[in-house]
Design a protein around this ligand. Sequence first.
Ligand SMILES: Nc1ncnc2c1ncn2[C@@H]1O[C@H](COP(=O)(O)OP(=O)(O)O)[C@@H](O)[C@H]1O
Ligand SMILES: [Mg+2]
Length: 257
Amino acid sequence: MAVYSITNQKGGVGKSTTCASLGTALTEKGKKVLLVDLDPQAGLTTVLGFNPDSFETTIYNALLYPEKQIIKEIIKKTKVDNLYFTPSNLDLSGAEGELLGEIGWDRNLKEALSPILNDFDFVLIDCPPSLGVLTTNALMAAERVIIPVQTEYLSFRSLKQLNSIISKVKAKGNPALKEKVLRTMHNTRTIHSRETSEELEKLFKGKIYKTLVKRTIKFADSALAGEPILVFARKSDGALAYRELAEEIIHEQKTNH
Ligand SMILES: Nc1ncnc2c1ncn2[C@@H]1O[C@H](COP(=O)(O)OP(=O)(O)O)[C@@H](O)[C@H]1O
Ligand SMILES: [Mg+2]
Protein backbone atom coordinates (compact mmCIF):
# COMPACT_ATOMS: atom_id res chain seq x y z
CA MET A 1 0.00 0.00 0.00
CA ALA A 2 1.30 3.44 -0.95
CA VAL A 3 -0.34 6.78 -0.18
CA TYR A 4 0.20 9.71 -2.57
CA SER A 5 -0.97 13.27 -2.10
CA ILE A 6 -1.63 15.25 -5.29
CA THR A 7 -0.96 18.77 -4.19
CA ASN A 8 -0.65 22.33 -5.48
CA GLN A 9 -2.37 25.34 -3.94
CA LYS A 10 -2.96 26.73 -7.41
CA GLY A 11 -6.29 25.79 -8.94
CA GLY A 12 -6.61 24.46 -12.46
CA VAL A 13 -3.17 22.85 -12.69
CA GLY A 14 -4.50 19.33 -13.26
CA LYS A 15 -4.68 17.83 -9.74
CA SER A 16 -8.09 16.18 -10.09
CA THR A 17 -7.37 15.11 -13.66
CA THR A 18 -4.09 13.54 -12.55
CA CYS A 19 -5.80 11.75 -9.68
CA ALA A 20 -8.47 10.17 -11.90
CA SER A 21 -6.13 9.43 -14.82
CA LEU A 22 -3.20 8.06 -12.84
CA GLY A 23 -5.60 6.00 -10.72
CA THR A 24 -7.11 4.44 -13.85
CA ALA A 25 -3.66 3.80 -15.35
CA LEU A 26 -2.59 2.00 -12.18
CA THR A 27 -5.65 -0.28 -12.33
CA GLU A 28 -4.70 -1.19 -15.90
CA LYS A 29 -1.45 -2.47 -14.43
CA GLY A 30 -3.32 -4.74 -12.04
CA LYS A 31 -3.41 -2.45 -9.01
CA LYS A 32 -6.36 -1.79 -6.73
CA VAL A 33 -6.70 1.95 -6.20
CA LEU A 34 -8.62 4.29 -3.90
CA LEU A 35 -9.01 7.97 -4.85
CA VAL A 36 -9.79 10.34 -1.98
CA ASP A 37 -11.53 13.60 -2.84
CA LEU A 38 -10.28 16.12 -0.27
CA ASP A 39 -11.53 19.25 -2.05
CA PRO A 40 -14.81 20.89 -0.95
CA GLN A 41 -15.25 21.86 -4.63
CA ALA A 42 -15.33 18.10 -5.34
CA GLY A 43 -13.49 18.26 -8.66
CA LEU A 44 -12.54 14.58 -8.46
CA THR A 45 -16.05 13.39 -7.58
CA THR A 46 -17.35 15.37 -10.57
CA VAL A 47 -14.66 14.20 -13.00
CA LEU A 48 -15.57 10.61 -12.10
CA GLY A 49 -19.13 11.35 -13.23
CA PHE A 50 -20.89 11.74 -9.86
CA ASN A 51 -22.99 14.54 -8.42
CA PRO A 52 -21.33 15.73 -5.17
CA ASP A 53 -24.68 16.76 -3.68
CA SER A 54 -26.03 13.24 -4.00
CA PHE A 55 -23.82 12.00 -1.14
CA GLU A 56 -25.13 12.26 2.42
CA THR A 57 -21.96 10.99 4.08
CA THR A 58 -18.59 12.06 2.67
CA ILE A 59 -14.91 12.36 3.49
CA TYR A 60 -15.96 15.26 5.74
CA ASN A 61 -17.58 12.85 8.22
CA ALA A 62 -14.67 10.41 8.03
CA LEU A 63 -12.18 13.21 8.63
CA LEU A 64 -14.01 14.69 11.60
CA TYR A 65 -14.59 11.40 13.41
CA PRO A 66 -11.69 9.10 12.46
CA GLU A 67 -12.36 6.81 15.43
CA LYS A 68 -15.79 5.89 14.02
CA GLN A 69 -14.15 4.33 10.93
CA ILE A 70 -16.68 6.01 8.64
CA ILE A 71 -14.24 5.63 5.75
CA LYS A 72 -15.39 2.01 5.33
CA GLU A 73 -18.95 3.15 4.58
CA ILE A 74 -18.15 5.88 2.09
CA ILE A 75 -15.94 3.99 -0.35
CA LYS A 76 -17.75 3.83 -3.71
CA LYS A 77 -17.09 1.97 -6.94
CA THR A 78 -16.31 3.96 -10.08
CA LYS A 79 -17.02 2.97 -13.69
CA VAL A 80 -13.49 1.52 -13.82
CA ASP A 81 -12.76 -1.96 -12.41
CA ASN A 82 -10.63 -1.86 -9.25
CA LEU A 83 -10.92 1.93 -9.02
CA TYR A 84 -12.76 3.20 -5.93
CA PHE A 85 -13.27 6.65 -4.47
CA THR A 86 -14.51 8.52 -1.43
CA PRO A 87 -16.73 11.48 -2.36
CA SER A 88 -16.59 15.05 -1.17
CA ASN A 89 -18.94 18.02 -1.33
CA LEU A 90 -19.26 21.52 0.13
CA ASP A 91 -19.74 20.10 3.66
CA LEU A 92 -15.98 19.68 3.71
CA SER A 93 -15.46 23.44 3.68
CA GLY A 94 -16.53 23.44 7.35
CA ALA A 95 -13.75 21.03 8.31
CA GLU A 96 -10.98 23.65 8.30
CA GLY A 97 -12.48 25.58 11.21
CA GLU A 98 -13.82 22.55 13.06
CA LEU A 99 -10.52 20.66 13.03
CA LEU A 100 -8.28 23.55 14.01
CA GLY A 101 -9.49 23.52 17.59
CA GLU A 102 -8.64 19.83 18.06
CA ILE A 103 -5.49 18.21 19.36
CA GLY A 104 -3.58 16.47 16.58
CA TRP A 105 -5.77 18.08 13.90
CA ASP A 106 -3.12 17.44 11.26
CA ARG A 107 -3.30 13.64 11.70
CA ASN A 108 -7.03 13.08 11.32
CA LEU A 109 -6.86 11.94 7.71
CA LYS A 110 -4.02 9.52 8.43
CA GLU A 111 -6.09 8.02 11.24
CA ALA A 112 -9.26 8.00 9.14
CA LEU A 113 -7.53 6.05 6.35
CA SER A 114 -5.75 3.54 8.56
CA PRO A 115 -8.56 0.92 8.73
CA ILE A 116 -8.63 0.44 4.96
CA LEU A 117 -5.02 0.84 3.91
CA ASN A 118 -4.41 -2.88 3.53
CA ASP A 119 -7.36 -3.16 1.14
CA PHE A 120 -5.60 -1.13 -1.59
CA ASP A 121 -2.28 -1.03 -3.45
CA PHE A 122 -2.50 2.74 -3.93
CA VAL A 123 -4.37 5.59 -2.27
CA LEU A 124 -4.28 8.92 -4.17
CA ILE A 125 -5.48 12.03 -2.33
CA ASP A 126 -6.80 14.93 -4.41
CA CYS A 127 -6.03 18.15 -2.50
CA PRO A 128 -7.94 21.45 -2.57
CA PRO A 129 -6.34 24.57 -4.07
CA SER A 130 -5.09 25.92 -0.74
CA LEU A 131 -2.40 25.24 1.85
CA GLY A 132 -4.64 24.95 4.90
CA VAL A 133 -5.83 22.25 7.27
CA LEU A 134 -6.95 19.84 4.52
CA THR A 135 -3.73 19.92 2.53
CA THR A 136 -1.65 19.58 5.71
CA ASN A 137 -3.71 16.50 6.63
CA ALA A 138 -3.03 15.03 3.18
CA LEU A 139 0.71 15.66 3.49
CA MET A 140 0.81 14.05 6.94
CA ALA A 141 -1.00 10.96 5.63
CA ALA A 142 1.13 10.51 2.51
CA GLU A 143 4.47 8.93 1.80
CA ARG A 144 4.86 10.86 -1.45
CA VAL A 145 3.59 14.10 -2.99
CA ILE A 146 2.96 14.63 -6.68
CA ILE A 147 3.00 18.33 -7.53
CA PRO A 148 1.28 18.97 -10.88
CA VAL A 149 2.74 22.11 -12.37
CA GLN A 150 1.44 23.91 -15.40
CA THR A 151 4.61 24.66 -17.35
CA GLU A 152 3.02 27.58 -19.21
CA TYR A 153 2.18 29.61 -16.12
CA LEU A 154 4.80 28.71 -13.60
CA SER A 155 4.45 30.52 -10.28
CA PHE A 156 7.70 30.42 -8.37
CA ARG A 157 6.32 32.14 -5.37
CA SER A 158 3.64 29.54 -4.88
CA LEU A 159 6.02 26.64 -5.51
CA LYS A 160 8.40 28.01 -2.88
CA GLN A 161 5.47 28.33 -0.44
CA LEU A 162 4.49 24.74 -1.14
CA ASN A 163 8.09 23.59 -0.64
CA SER A 164 8.18 25.32 2.70
CA ILE A 165 4.96 23.57 3.88
CA ILE A 166 6.40 20.23 2.75
CA SER A 167 9.57 20.95 4.76
CA LYS A 168 7.49 21.78 7.83
CA VAL A 169 5.49 18.56 7.51
CA LYS A 170 8.76 16.61 7.25
CA ALA A 171 10.11 18.35 10.34
CA LYS A 172 6.91 17.93 12.34
CA GLY A 173 6.13 14.26 11.99
CA ASN A 174 6.46 12.86 8.46
CA PRO A 175 10.22 12.87 7.82
CA ALA A 176 10.09 10.26 5.04
CA LEU A 177 7.81 12.35 2.81
CA LYS A 178 9.14 12.61 -0.76
CA GLU A 179 8.01 15.15 -3.36
CA LYS A 180 8.19 15.18 -7.17
CA VAL A 181 6.89 17.52 -9.82
CA LEU A 182 4.66 16.43 -12.68
CA ARG A 183 4.70 18.79 -15.65
CA THR A 184 1.17 19.20 -17.03
CA MET A 185 -0.61 21.19 -19.75
CA HIS A 186 2.68 21.43 -21.54
CA ASN A 187 2.68 23.35 -24.77
CA THR A 188 5.52 22.13 -26.94
CA ARG A 189 5.18 25.06 -29.32
CA THR A 190 6.31 27.76 -26.92
CA ILE A 191 9.91 28.47 -25.99
CA HIS A 192 8.63 29.59 -22.63
CA SER A 193 7.82 25.98 -21.73
CA ARG A 194 11.44 24.97 -22.21
CA GLU A 195 12.62 27.82 -20.03
CA THR A 196 10.21 26.88 -17.24
CA SER A 197 11.39 23.27 -17.40
CA GLU A 198 14.90 24.54 -16.73
CA GLU A 199 13.67 26.73 -13.87
CA LEU A 200 11.81 23.78 -12.37
CA GLU A 201 14.96 21.71 -12.60
CA LYS A 202 16.74 24.35 -10.50
CA LEU A 203 14.03 24.40 -7.83
CA PHE A 204 13.40 20.64 -7.58
CA LYS A 205 16.82 19.26 -8.59
CA GLY A 206 15.97 16.04 -10.33
CA LYS A 207 12.76 15.51 -8.37
CA ILE A 208 10.73 15.70 -11.57
CA TYR A 209 8.85 12.89 -13.29
CA LYS A 210 10.08 12.16 -16.83
CA THR A 211 6.49 12.02 -18.06
CA LEU A 212 5.32 15.24 -19.66
CA VAL A 213 1.54 15.70 -19.97
CA LYS A 214 0.78 17.85 -22.99
CA ARG A 215 -2.07 20.30 -23.27
CA THR A 216 -5.01 18.74 -25.10
CA ILE A 217 -8.72 19.46 -25.26
CA LYS A 218 -9.42 15.73 -24.77
CA PHE A 219 -9.14 16.20 -21.00
CA ALA A 220 -11.98 18.70 -20.87
CA ASP A 221 -14.04 16.45 -23.17
CA SER A 222 -13.48 13.42 -20.96
CA ALA A 223 -14.36 15.44 -17.84
CA LEU A 224 -17.66 16.43 -19.45
CA ALA A 225 -18.34 12.78 -20.22
CA GLY A 226 -17.57 11.87 -16.59
CA GLU A 227 -14.98 9.33 -17.70
CA PRO A 228 -11.22 9.21 -17.10
CA ILE A 229 -9.29 9.93 -20.30
CA LEU A 230 -7.93 6.38 -20.32
CA VAL A 231 -11.51 5.18 -20.86
CA PHE A 232 -12.84 8.10 -22.92
CA ALA A 233 -9.94 8.31 -25.39
CA ARG A 234 -7.83 5.24 -24.67
CA LYS A 235 -5.20 5.85 -27.31
CA SER A 236 -4.86 9.62 -26.99
CA ASP A 237 -1.57 11.28 -26.06
CA GLY A 238 -3.06 12.19 -22.69
CA ALA A 239 -3.95 8.58 -21.90
CA LEU A 240 -0.49 7.44 -22.97
CA ALA A 241 1.17 10.06 -20.76
CA TYR A 242 -0.67 8.86 -17.65
CA ARG A 243 0.18 5.22 -18.47
CA GLU A 244 3.82 6.29 -18.64
CA LEU A 245 3.45 8.06 -15.29
CA ALA A 246 1.93 4.90 -13.76
CA GLU A 247 5.03 3.00 -14.88
CA GLU A 248 7.26 5.59 -13.23
CA ILE A 249 5.21 5.34 -10.04
CA ILE A 250 5.37 1.55 -9.93
CA HIS A 251 9.10 1.75 -10.61
CA GLU A 252 9.72 4.28 -7.83
CA GLN A 253 7.81 2.03 -5.44
CA LYS A 254 10.02 -0.94 -6.36
CA THR A 255 13.30 0.94 -6.21
CA ASN A 256 12.33 3.42 -3.48
CA HIS A 257 13.77 6.38 -5.42
N1 LIG B 1 -3.12 18.17 -19.87
C1 LIG B 1 -4.21 18.92 -19.97
N2 LIG B 1 -4.48 19.60 -21.11
C2 LIG B 1 -5.58 20.36 -21.23
N3 LIG B 1 -6.50 20.51 -20.29
C3 LIG B 1 -6.31 19.87 -19.11
C4 LIG B 1 -5.17 19.04 -18.88
N4 LIG B 1 -5.26 18.53 -17.63
C5 LIG B 1 -6.41 19.02 -17.12
N5 LIG B 1 -7.05 19.81 -17.98
C6 LIG B 1 -8.31 20.57 -17.80
O1 LIG B 1 -8.00 21.73 -17.03
C7 LIG B 1 -9.03 22.01 -16.11
C8 LIG B 1 -8.45 21.99 -14.68
O2 LIG B 1 -7.99 20.70 -14.38
P1 LIG B 1 -8.20 20.06 -12.94
O3 LIG B 1 -7.65 18.67 -12.99
O4 LIG B 1 -9.61 20.22 -12.50
O5 LIG B 1 -7.25 21.00 -12.08
P2 LIG B 1 -7.19 21.19 -10.47
O6 LIG B 1 -7.75 19.95 -9.85
O7 LIG B 1 -5.74 21.40 -10.17
O8 LIG B 1 -7.99 22.41 -10.17
C9 LIG B 1 -10.09 20.96 -16.33
O9 LIG B 1 -11.06 21.50 -17.20
C10 LIG B 1 -9.35 19.82 -17.01
O10 LIG B 1 -10.20 19.07 -17.86
MG1 LIG C 1 -9.27 19.80 -8.43
